[in-house]
Design a protein around this ligand. Structure first.
Ligand SMILES: CC(=O)[C@@H](O)[C@H](O)COP(=O)(O)O
Ligand SMILES: NCC(=O)COP(=O)(O)O
Length: 239
């Protein structure tokens, strides 16, 4: 079974646009869980333009499914936040300053020693670690050498090319997934997955444990409502 972790960054973006607490981020997270989501993902960024550091404490106190905190572990504030909250999972994403959204995975070969240290630091606290990577056998190989529990395949390229040629767009992901399975790494995936491209991705990737989805899911909820939307995504994953 592939789990759905709902990324609620966009709810925080909407809330922050008026300075109050509408929509209520914690309530949305609890509702996502009530509607069937098996996890909540947040990706705090240093400028706190959506998820604020305090949000992570507030969420950790109440959610009952897995909390997945994504972000850049070269930021001390991020590392401290993760260690203080001890989520079920931390996903290490190599964001550059001022980046609009995530746009590449870690170079797990160049930064292998650094990542090995970070993985050990989080694992020592009982936190499962996932490293965000491009769909490349070499990057999966490098990730395995860090001791990480999982990788998260960066799916922007797949999503972008899905309508032009879905068979071609998934080739590198299948190869990366086979290699991860061979090395005993768990597989997560995310970025720009939506109701069009999710089912084909989930059925094509062997051993896909979790997807984290935010932008499209929250956008769909404007039309369909949050409950129906979460259920539609769950249906695409595990028909
Ligand atoms: C790692 C990843 O692909 C997502 O977390 C994405 O970066 C969401 O972040 P934003 O909501 O800031 O775009
Ligand atoms: N890890 C990917 C994620 O959390 C959500 O990405 P997106 O669906 O907002 O593109």
């Amino acid at each position: 079974m592939t789990k759905l972790s709902v990324n609620i960054n966009k709810i925080a973006t909407l809330r922050n646009s008026r300075g109050g607490n509408n929509p209520d981020l914690v309530k949305v997270a609890l509702d996502c869980e009530k509607f069937g989501a098996q996890g909540i993902t947040v990706h705090p960024r240093p400028d706190e333009r959506h998820i604020r550091y305090q949000d992570v404490y507030d969420l950790k106190a109440v959610i009952t499914t897995e909390l997945n905190i994504e972000g850049n572990c070269t930021e001390d504030k991020f590392v401290d936040l993760v260690l203080a909250n001890k989520p079920a999972q931390v996903t290490l994403v190599p964001d550059a300053d001022g980046q609009i959204t995530s746009n590449h995975g870690w170079d797990t070969i160049k930064y292998r020693d650094y990542l090995t240290e970070m993985v050990a630091l989080f694992q020592k606290e009982g936190i499962r670690v996932s490293i965000f990577v491009d769909p490349s056998v070499e990057m999966v190989e490098g990730a395995a050498q860090t001791g990480t529990d999982r990788i998260e395949l960066y799916t922007e390229a797949y999503a972008h090319n899905y309508f032009a040629d879905r068979e071609k767009s998934i080739v590198t992901y299948i190869a990366a997934a086979h290699h991860a399975n061979k090395l005993g790494l768990g597989i997560n995936a995310g970025h720009d997955l939506d109701l069009h491209n999710l089912h084909y991705f989930a059925q094509s990737i062997p051993g896909l444990l979790e997807v984290s989805i935010g932008h499209a899911l929250i956008s769909d909820a404007l039309y369909l409502g949050l409950e129906a939307t979460v259920q539609k995504y769950l249906q695409q994953l595990n028909p």
